[in-house]
Write a protein that binds this ligand. Structure first.
Ligand code: 9MR
Length: 582
């Protein structure tokens, strides 16, 4: 092509050569919730640069300046030593679309101030579970461009040598269909389903009214049951099949021996097994079944018999765990003894004290029988532990607090539970003013564990409980701050929920998103987030700093996978805030 330099120069002056993307380019150093803010909420952007000392908020359409302010003092990241300054524009409450501009630095992408501003986020994150459904086709009507054929029918699952029992010899075949794929892989793990289901069922119990008009456009929508519970039922029905009815024990997981390749679900044809029963899986199962029986009791006409089946399953599981309290799932030991070797997600645990606390609390709340918690040390004098797949006692505390009055808990016990949660949240809040992103998330490097996004979301949930216990706004504001973190106010600048934000996660470690040939990843999935462990050894990490150790690459299973136990607290936090800020 012949080039006329003067013409190129003048066209460039008029911006005619700028692609729309470039024309809209915004400063990566301006970090904020890329979706927006509630009118009455605190509103902050973090400036991760040395430039600038003042900011302006402009109407995104007219370009008119709406508010001017000064940046706050310099804060230093404990992880990277980098400097940040806060632009606080909480004073702006008028609904609209805005950008923030820093002289010498540039502009942010457009964000909104609106009521119900996180409704789409909450809906999409819950719909994310629909996209994880195993054993069923996702038609275009519900799945849009991510429609796909059914995969993993799981109607012919083999009994692994580690899992034999009377009537179920090695390689006997059982049906164990439905359920959600755990994560970027296609296996189904009871332990991780446990915390996921507990979180979603608790969300329903804490905010039932909010889910009355929450329509996800899934096949069961408009069946007279909240979509949240329809989605939960998909996994619940699978979980029920994981109990060996001969003795009540629950298989640890349903899995291939090795991970499937990066293929679509229908292309994955490897044999699948249920493996060894264990105390952790069984107790998590008991907790979920007890809670589900309480919740589904109110929908008996829509799910005939389901609540009763859950109660029976819970009781049988409880009895099995009483008889086999020391059976731990140790994958390496199992592989030494049995074939084929299984090398998929282990979810192994060394102590089930916390699983007992959770299971006992749910059994007590459902049956009203105090004997379930009588012999259990609730460990209320110990500091609260944030829920993770391997540490679930606090899920039991949340349930006991929810039903404290109904169960007529002794005043002393209620007070201890309350203190446990509030003390934890007060510690989260300490030194908030010094934090580089003004979030309780990320104070210590330990927050950036594998799946750090779920740490932020679970801290947010704890803060929501602290708020409802105390009515103190500081907890609510800190919970909002962690949602801001997840949606962009963080040291990576990414919005961690797929399908959302101006700086998006595009390459999650998620088999369908990799294999489907569609540019956009499956939406509504929460990326794991920074993890300085960098166990995947991908080359795209920017550095080793805890808060920046994130690579938007599909090889990065340690920082950029998605998982149901991370999505569930994301749904909880977004929906609980929507319900509370309305
Ligand atoms: O979330 C799990 C994390 O806590 C563990 O450190 C990690 C390594 O064992 O495994 C994570 O869980 C993965 C599971 O084992 C398999 N499916 C994908 C999960 C998310 O990465």
């Amino acid at each position: 092509m012949k080039v006329f330099p003067h013409l190129v120069a003048s066209l460039a002056v008029f911006g005619l050569f700028l692609s729309p993307a470039l024309a809209q380019q915004h400063s990566d150093a301006i970090r904020l919730n890329q979706i927006g803010f509630y009118p009455t909420a605190p509103k902050m952007a973090v400036i991760a640069a040395e430039e600038g000392d003042a900011f302006e908020i402009k109407d995104s359409k007219s370009g008119k300046t709406i508010l001017k302010g000064k940046l706050g003092g310099v804060r230093t990241s404990q992880h990277s030593g980098r400097h940040t300054r806060i632009a606080d524009f909480s004073g702006l409450r008028k609904p609209g679309s805005y950008i923030i501009e820093i002289a010498g630095l540039g502009k942010s992408a457009t964000f909104r101030i609106a009521s119900r501003v996180h409704r789409d986020v909450a809906e999409a994150a819950l719909k994310g579970f629909y996209y994880q459904r195993a054993s069923v086709e996702l038609p275009e009507k519900f799945a849009g461009k991510w429609a796909r054929p059914a995969g993993h029918p799981d109607d012919k699952v083999l009994i692994h040598a580690s899992a034999i029992s009377e009537g179920r010899p090695e390689n006997a075949v059982i049906s164990s269909a439905r359920g959600w794929y755990d994560a970027g892989d296609y296996n189904k793990y009871i332990v991780n389903s446990g915390i996921t289901m507990g979180t979603l069922l608790s969300l329903y119990e804490d905010y039932p009214l909010y889910f009355e008009d929450f329509n996800l456009n899934i096949p069961e929508s408009n069946n007279g049951v909240p979509d949240l519970l329809d989605e939960v039922a998909w996994n619940l029905r699978w979980m029920l099949t994981m109990q060996d009815l001969a003795d009540g024990g629950v298989y640890h997981k349903l899995t291939n021996p090795r991970f499937d390749g990066m293929v679509m679900p229908d292309a994955a044809k490897n044999p699948r097994y249920v493996v060894q029963k264990g105390a952790a899986a069984t107790l998590d199962f008991v907790a979920v079944m007890a809670q589900a029986s309480r919740v589904f009791k109110n929908f008996d006409n829509k799910f005939p018999g389901l609540a009763d089946s859950c109660t029976t399953a819970a009781v049988k599981g409880w009895e099995w765990a009483r008889k086999h309290p020391a059976v731990m799932y140790n994958q390496d030991a199992m592989n030494k003894q049995f074939d084929p070797d299984v090398v998929t997600g282990a979810y192994g645990d060394r102590s089930v004290k916390d699983e007992w606390i959770w299971a006992a609390s749910e059994m007590y709340a459902t049956t009203g029988k105090p004997e379930y918690i009588k012999e259990i040390d609730l460990e209320l004098q110990q500091p609260m532990a944030l829920p993770t797949w391997s540490q679930v006692k606090t899920l039991g505390y949340y349930t006991l607090l929810r039903f404290a009055e109904k169960l007529k808990l002794p005043a002393e016990q209620s007070a201890a539970l309350r203190k446990n949660v509030l003390t934890y949240c007060d510690q989260l809040l300490s030194d908030l003013e010094k934090q580089p992103y003004h979030t309780v998330m990320g104070k210590t490097a330990q927050d950036y564990a594998w799946g750090s996004s779920s740490v932020a979301a679970n801290q947010g949930i704890a803060l929501m409980y602290a708020h409802s216990l105390s009515k103190d706004q500081k907890y609510l504001q800190a919970a909002l701050g962690n949602l801001d973190y997840l949606l962009g106010r963080n040291a990576t600048g990414y919005c961690f929920l797929t399908g959302f934000g101006s700086k998006r996660v595009m390459h999650p470690h998620h088999r369908p998103s990799i294999a489907d040939g569609i540019v956009d990843p499956v939406p509504g999935l929460l990326s794991g987030g920074p993890n300085p462990g960098q166990q995947d050894k991908c080359t795209g990490y920017p550095n080793k700093f805890a808060d920046e150790s994130f690579a938007d690459q599909d090889c990065s299973y340690a920082s950029n996978e998605i998982a149901i136990n991370w999505n569930a607290p994301m749904v909880y936090l977004a929906a609980a805030l929507e319900a509370t800020m309305k």
